[in-house]
Write a protein that binds this ligand. Structure first.
Ligand SMILES: [Zn+2]
Length: 151
């Protein structure tokens, strides 16, 4: 559980900023994907404040996602870094007088996960795959001449 991301609304007094410093298990991301894992520790820093009828949250976060390399299929690590990401929630939507940023932070982190990963940015297996890659690239040629064969 990420209790550090649950803040009582009573703390959001006029002009008050609530600091968030949290290091916790990546379990809260609740990821059960075959092709995505996270290393255990996620670190989040940020601040939250109230502006009229919204709670504004600005966070920095660091964690490491693991994805299968798109060339050799070995697990490869991808650092995920959130820099001053701004999130907001309407006060009217907040239940039990507790601003819970868990879901917002979770979504912000998942948005940063790349769709593809490759070992160290350039997989050592790539050279063995190049013949296949080139063939695939040819097939993907965007030029398509539907009447070519009519000549
Ligand atoms: Zn690889």
């Amino acid at each position: 559980m990420a209790d550090e991301l649950k803040i009582s609304l009573s703390l959001f007094t006029e002009g008050n900023e609530v600091d968030i410093h949290a290091i916790f298990s990546s379990d809260f991301l609740d990821i059960h994907e075959k092709e995505l894992k996270f290393l255990e520790i996620i670190s989040i820093q940020g601040k939250a404040r109230r502006a009229c009828d919204h709670i504004l949250l600005e966070i920095n976060a660091q964690c490491t996602a693991l994805l299968p390399c798109s060339i050799c299929n070995e697990w490869t690590s991808c650092p995920i870094v959130l820099n001053n990401v701004q999130l907001s929630k309407e006060v009217a939507e907040i239940k039990d007088n507790t601003f819970d940023a868990t879901e917002m932070v979770r979504e912000a982190i998942l948005l940063e996960v790349p769709q593809f990963a490759e070992c160290q940015g350039s997989c050592p297996e790539r050279k063995n795959m190049e013949c296949y890659c080139n063939k695939r690239a040819e097939k993907k040629n965007p030029k398509y001449f539907p009447f070519e064969q009519l000549k």
